[in-house]
Ligand binder design. Structure first.
Ligand SMILES: *Cc1c(COP(=O)(O)O)cnc(C)c1O
Length: 224
């Protein structure tokens, strides 16, 4: 199967309301160009430096897609990230949100923000611990920032071999997402629940995901 066939097959398989973000780490610009030609609308990158290279290599094609930061964003990389990204899916603290907002203001670019939830509460993982009060506090702060617009939540979930083991974590993230809609925070657009990858997107969609992040099932096994 080619990249185009893989993309089109999965695009046809998942419901229309589900956004597919292509996880591009370690892929070649030709491969990413192919998936854009096949109709991809959203790209995800994990590292700012790789994202800049991809962005420059793709030239005019970059205009056709929305760029998502799906890896952790270091403070010293924010300025460079702003040139490429439209959405940061890994916002996890008030300090980080304020830093992004401050830099974005200087260039007048508004960004979408997803709060990353470390739903398994794992010590070595990034993201907010799954404590609702803390997540709402961060959401309120983002809602007050002019250059960041809160668009939803993202979670990776713990790494299990079996996607069924992720189901309770996805369900819990959906509960937090729904609860966050109730205070009616101003200047927010809570639309996206970003969860599910190549091995787990079906379970994630069953549990309410409307944004899946796919690499392997589209591009094939990642080169090491
Ligand atoms: C790599 C990556 C994905 C996609 O992983 P696959 O298993 O290749 O589909 C999704 N989300 C994040 C944050 C990633 O780093």
């Amino acid at each position: 199967m080619t990249i185009t066939e893989n993309y089109q097959r999965i695009r046809a398989e998942v419901p229309d309301h589900v956004t597919i973000v292509l996880a591009c780490k370690k892929r070649l610009p030709e491969e990413v160009a192919e998936v854009i030609e096949a109709g991809a609308t959203d790209l995800g990158e994990n590292y700012v430096q790789e994202a800049e290279k991809m962005f420059d290599a793709l030239g005019d094609r970059t205009d056709k897609v929305r760029w998502h930061m799906i890896g952790s964003l270091q403070k010293n990389k924010i300025n460079k990230a702003l040139r490429v990204f439209d959405v940061v899916q890994t916002v996890h603290s008030v300090g980080q949100a304020e830093a992004i907002d401050r830099r974005a203001r200087t260039i007048g670019k508004k960004l979408g923000a997803l709060i990353e939830v470390n739903i398994g509460g794992e010590v070595a993982k990034s993201g907010m611990p799954p404590e609702y009060a803390e997540i709402e506090k961060l959401a309120r702060r983002i809602s007050g920032l002019e250059y960041l617009r809160l668009e939803g939540l993202m979670t990776m979930g713990p790494f299990y071999g079996d996607p069924e083991a992720l189901r309770p974590h996805f369900r819990k993230t959906k509960e937090i997402f729904d609860k966050l809609a109730t205070p009616g925070l101003p200047d927010t657009d809570l639309r996206y629940l970003s969860m599910g990858m190549s091995d787990s997107y079906r379970v994630a969609i069953e549990e309410g995901s409307n944004m899946i992040r796919l690499g392997t099932v589209i591009f094939g096994e990642r080169p090491v």
